[in-house]
Write a protein that binds this ligand. Structure first.
Ligand code: UD1
Length: 349
């Protein structure tokens, strides 16, 4: 029987692997689910996995948090030993985290066919650890599953078009699988409010930038509910930042609750990649506190705008948006395209 390994480790990867895991099961292909343990807090890991319907991992390497080099090295060693002990026909990695690059490097060095889901994204900002992870993973991998036409163009420009295939985005598959109206939202999610998330190192680890962001979020004309990643909560404590006006701080929400909350928000303020897209698909205005985005499609019609940390968020949220929108992320059948391509390329039935 054919067997495919899925390497996951951080919150967004559980979401991306969910639809692929299901499509593998439907195709009668065995899955070896390897969790690197990069994320380990229940709200960042188990709760998200069960929420998306991902089964229990076969292996959890328990790597946890460390510097980039130490964390990636521990995952590389761990994934390699799992793959040596458990032969598979191909390895899939997802997105742009340290778990992604470790999985791709371990597999390709063992001569195993490696597929990268969400290939071809570029911010062209090499100060982001994710950008390094994306470029390295794309150049290592044998099959590049690109979510958008822009991603295909980046891969073509880097000489990788012969390995690339346009599949659409697996996050659309995940989103479409949920009946949002049936998902309960937190009791604070009523009336007019904005949802916010901030977790990128470029925003959380720079004292000046972070205090400006917290100040701006606290200065909005309606409540801002910030769902804080553990990295951000720790920084807010360390810097003794105390919101006084519009800002309310909570812990992270499980995936379905997050989407249901977003869908009833008046707008989103974020630096997450996934949420920019989810807001676009749900027709929620988004302000992204970054200098660039890997998802330029979301800027179309001003559904998403990039902003500096000290911008007037209330004014930005009142901008005009176009009502007509394209569907640049696909129709929600990306996982099926991925599995079909794997069957064609590596599973000789
Ligand atoms: C990682 C990804 C990022 C992705 C994000 C999603 C890399 C380089 N970055 O960033 O692309 O958008 O996941 O959330 O891989 N922490 C906890 N509990 C956890 C996990 C992390 O407390 O379960 C804290 C620790 O203090 C840790 C810090 O968050 O040092 C950073 O965690 P890390 O795994 O290095 O990266 P993320 O910021 O989560």
């Amino acid at each position: 029987m054919a067997r495919i390994a899925n390497v996951v480790g951080a919150r967004p990867q559980f979401i991306k692997a969910g639809p692929v895991s299901l499509a593998l099961e439907r195709a009668g292909i065995e899955e070896l689910l390897i969790h690197t343990g990069q994320h380990y807090d229940p709200l960042m890991s188990e709760r998200i996995m069960s929420d998306i319907g991902l089964r229990e991992p076969d292996v959890n390497l328990g790597v946890g948090s460390a510097s980039h080099g130490a964390q990636t090295a521990a995952m590389l060693e761990g994934v390699e030993s799992v793959l040596l002990a458990n032969p598979v026909d191909a390895v899939l990695t997802y997105g742009d985290t340290n778990s992604t690059v470790a999985g791709a490097l371990a597999a390709t060095k063992l001569g195993i066919t490696t597929g990268h889901v969400e290939a071809g994204l570029r911010s062209f900002n090499r100060e982001m650890p994710e950008e390094i992870n994306r470029v390295v993973t794309d150049h290592l991998s044998d099959i590049l599953f690109a979510p958008t036409r822009n991603a295909m163009e980046h891969l073509t420009r880097e000489g990788l078009s012969n390995r690339a295939i346009l599949t659409g985005d697996v996050m659309v598959d995940a989103l479409r699988a949920i009946d949002l109206e049936r998902v309960p939202t937190p009791e604070w999610a009523n009336g007019e409010f904005y949802t916010a998330t901030i977790h990128r190192a470029e925003n959380t680890d720079d004292d000046h930038r972070l205090s400006q962001i917290i100040e701006s979020l606290d200065d909005v004309d309606r409540p801002v509910h910030l769902l804080a990643h553990p990295r951000l909560s720790r920084r807010i404590d360390e810097m003794s930042l105390k919101p006084k006006r519009s800002l309310r701080i909570h812990g992270p929400l499980p995936y379905t609750e997050m989407l249901a909350t977003l869908s009833v928000s008046s707008g989103l303020i974020t630096d997450s990649g996934g949420l920019q897209k989810e807001a676009f698909i749900l027709a929620i205005r988004c302000v992204t506190i970054r200098r660039e985005t890997e998802w330029p499609e979301t800027l179309e019609g001003k559904w998403n705008v990039l902003a500096e940390p000290d911008e007037n968020l209330s004014a930005l949220m009142k901008r005009e948006v176009t009502q007509e929108r394209d569907n640049p992320f696909g129709k929600g059948n990306a996982a099926l395209s991925i599995v079909e391509r794997l069957i064609e390329k590596v599973i000789k039935r």
